[in-house]
Design a protein. Structure first.
Length: 238
């Protein structure tokens, strides 16, 4: 039996909210997408009404990771990039890694990245899954810890910085006709506590006045190629 191997493939954020395995061409250094993140109106991590964690009767805590992500796809504080339909199956096996080149008008920010499997709108095998957005991998990274978890430091406003972090290991097959999607947001409440978006020594001691809206920018040029690295399974030679 042939040994299954993988090769890293870079899935780049491109213009018009598309994803591509092709790197952005040179000469588009100002390319970016932006959104306003308001801690007073955070993105929920699941459909409303949100039950208390481990709610005893009919709790959906154990299934929230596979909830349809369309409930946030059209929010102005969530950015989504989507690929063309796959022409053949694409399997991944291993660690998924996000590489964001981002800037903010604030002095701290959270970066949440989700890799999503988008089902076809026409899905006769299961109409309940038509257009479904299944979250495959995800993680949050708090900007203050970009250099060290022991010594947090503020972000310089409007500086383009790289944030690379693991979305953990995953074994998943994106089927032919499906699309790949990446979503980026900066709140995931109440799963993740709200970041004031102004640097304070201890977020849990932040005052109400510390919580401020900020404009976040995700850069996607050849100089700042925001992307997600996928461990794609390589088919053995026949």
């Amino acid at each position: 039996m042939a040994t299954r191997t993988t090769a890293p493939r870079e899935l780049y954020f491109r213009a018009d909210r598309t994803l591509s395995f092709d790197k952005p061409a040179a000469g588009a250094d100002g390319a970016l997408d932006s959104f306003v993140s308001d801690p007073a109106h955070p993105v929920p991590y699941r459909h409303r009404p949100i039950q208390a964690t481990y709610f005893p009767a009919g709790s959906k805590w154990s299934t929230w990771l596979v909830e349809d992500q369309r409930f946030v796809d059209d929010r102005p504080d969530v950015l989504s990039w989507e690929s063309a339909p796959l022409t053949e199956d694409l399997a991944i096996a291993g660690e998924v890694v996000a590489h964001l080149f981002a800037s903010t008008t604030g002095s701290d920010a959270d970066w949440i990245v989700k890799l999503i499997d988008v089902y076809p709108e026409r899905n006769p095998e299961s109409w309940d899954l038509a257009g479904y957005q299944l979250m495959v991998s995800n993680e949050v990274f708090r900007g203050r810890y970009r250099r060290s978890f022991e010594k947090p430091e503020p972000i310089t406003p409007d500086a383009v910085l790289e944030y690379s972090f693991s979305l953990h290991t995953q074994n998943h097959a994106f089927r032919k006709g499906h699309r790949l999607m990446v979503q980026v947001q900066s709140t995931w409440f109440p799963l993740i506590d709200r970041n004031p978006q102004t640097f304070v020594p201890n977020i849990f001691e932040a005052k109400e006045s510390d919580f401020r809206s900020a404009t976040h920018r995700i850069h996607r040029s050849s100089t700042y190629p925001s992307r997600v690295t996928l461990p794609v399974v390589v088919r053995p030679p026949s």
